[in-house]
Design a protein around this ligand. Structure first.
Ligand code: GRF
Length: 214
C-alpha cells in the first residue's frame, strides 16, 4: 500500500513508519508532505530518499489532491500535522485517511488540542489512564471513527513531558501496527486488543501480536 504522510513537526511517528515500511513490508511511504519547510519530518524523509513536498497553501485541496495523485497515494497518514485537511481532500480520501492523537479520543481532543496542551489537560483532569488514538479523519479535528487505541497509565508524579514521552513510545508502536495491517488487508482495518486487559506496551511486536481485527 502506497502511503503519504503529512507532518508539521519533528516526525518521530514518521520515522517509526519509515523504519518498518522497508523491503517487502505491505506498506511503503511514497511521499511526505508538510506545511512547514523547516519540519524535521522532511529531513527524515530525505535521509530515506522519500519524496517530499511543502504546501504553499494547506487549504488548497485541489492542489493537494493533484500532488497525492501524482504519487499514487492510497492511504494518507497525518502524524503531527497541525493544519485542517481541506474538505476536497477529505472527500477524495474518505476512509483512506487516518490521524494519530496522543490521548484517548473523544476525550482531550479537538481544535487547539495538540502537543503539551493535551497532556496538561489530561493531568489537570485527574484521569489515571491516557493513551493513543488512531482514527479515520473527517472535516472536524479529531472526530472520525476510531481505528485503534492503546492505554498509557498516568503516574501520580507525571509532568506533561514525562507523560508525553510514554505516550509517544506507544504511538511509535501503534501507528506502524495500524499501517501494516491496512497494507496487508488493502484497506484500513479496525484493531482492538485481543485480551480483556492491557499489558504495559513494550514493543511493537508485542502490541501487534495483541491486536486482532475487531
Ligand atoms: C504526536 O504526539 C502525535 O500524536 C501528535 O503530534 C505528535 C507528533 O510527533 N499529533 P512527531 O512529529 O511524530 O514526533
Amino acid at each position: 500500500m502506497r502511503v503519504g504522510v503529512f507532518a508539521s513537526g519533528g516526525g518521530t511517528n514518521l520515522q517509526a513508519l519509515l523504519d518498518v515500511c522497508q523491503g517487502d513490508a505491505p506498506a511503503d511511504i511514497v511521499l511526505v508532505v508538510s506545511n512547514r519547510d523547516d519540519a524535521g519530518a522532511l529531513d527524515r524523509a530525505r535521509q530515506m530518499d522519500v519524496p517530499t513536498a511543502v504546501l504553499d497553501d494547506p487549504s488548497d485541496g485541489a492542489s493537494i489532491n493533484v500532488l497525492l495523485e501524482q504519487h499514487d497515494v492510497e492511504l494518507i497518514v497525518c502524524a503531527g500535522y497541525l493544519k485542517l485537511m481541506p474538505a476536497e481532500t477529505i472527500k477524495a480520501y474518505q476512509g483512506h485517511m487516518i490521524n494519530i492523537h496522543p490521548a484517548l479520543l473523544p476525550s482531550f481532543g479537538g481544535p487547539g488540542m495538540y502537543g503539551p496542551r493535551v497532556h496538561e489537560a489530561v493531568l489537570a483532569s485527574g484521569v489515571t489512564v491516557s493513551g493513543v488514538t488512531i482514527h479515520l479523519m473527517d472535516e472536524n479535528f479529531d472526530r472520525g471513527s476510531i481505528v485503534a487505541q492503546w492505554p498509557v497509565a498516568v503516574a501520580p508524579d507525571d509532568s506533561a513531558e514525562s507523560l508525553a514521552a510514554r505516550v509517544l513510545e506507544v504511538e511509535h508502536q501503534l501507528l506502524p501496527a495500524v499501517v501494516l495491517a491496512a497494507g496487508r488487508e488493502g484497506h484500513v482495518v479496525r484493531l482492538a486488543p485481543d485480551e480483556s486487559h492491557f499489558h504495559a506496551a513494550d514493543g511493537v511486536d508485542r502490541i501487534e501480536q495483541r491486536l486482532a481485527h475487531a
